[in-house]
Ligand binder design. Structure first.
Ligand code: SF4
Ligand code: SF4
Length: 130
């Protein structure tokens, strides 16, 4: 995918998926308007594969469409996208902490620390400077 230029404005909150709750059903992936959700898979010995979705937080615009389906303000019912309530909108300043805790299996987080937690930290620094 082509590298995108710096975005104009950082969102207040970004979406993070709790990998433990996610089944990799890809419902959220289909609704994201900027196509920044990806399916991940990891081999887990005799138990088989673990699949979950991951949000590229650098590209997330914080629109919440992956959390609840936009609808008329007069409709009192919230239509959530994730059947497992695995997606949370997180303030940018807390994203690194949340990502380190729930962004994937511990060994996956450790192996991808800079890309996942480092990126979240970088976003928080940008936000603090803005
Ligand atoms: S908040 Fe919006 S941009 Fe971010 S992952 Fe969800 S649908 Fe995509
Ligand atoms: S909708 Fe929920 S369970 Fe399905 S892939 Fe997205 S975060 Fe995972």
């Amino acid at each position: 995918m082509a590298k995108q230029g710096p975005r104009k404005k950082l969102p207040k909150e970004i979406a993070i998926i709790n990998a433990d709750n996610c089944t990799g059903c890809e419902s959220c992936l289909e609704v994201c308007p900027v196509d920044c959700i990806n399916l991940k898979e990891m081999q887990h010995g005799v138990k088989g594969n673990q699949a979950w979705c991951e949000i590229d937080i650098e590209r997330c615009v914080g629109c919440e469409v992956c959390v609840h389906i936009p609808q008329k303000k007069t409709n009192p019912y919230e239509l959530t996208v994730c059947p497992w309530n695995a997606i949370e909108m997180v303030p940018v300043e807390l994203a690194a902490q949340v990502m380190a805790q729930v962004g994937g299996p511990p060994e996956y987080i450790a192996a991808n620390w800079d890309r996942l937690v480092g990126t979240a930290q970088h976003l928080a620094e940008l936000k603090a400077q803005a």
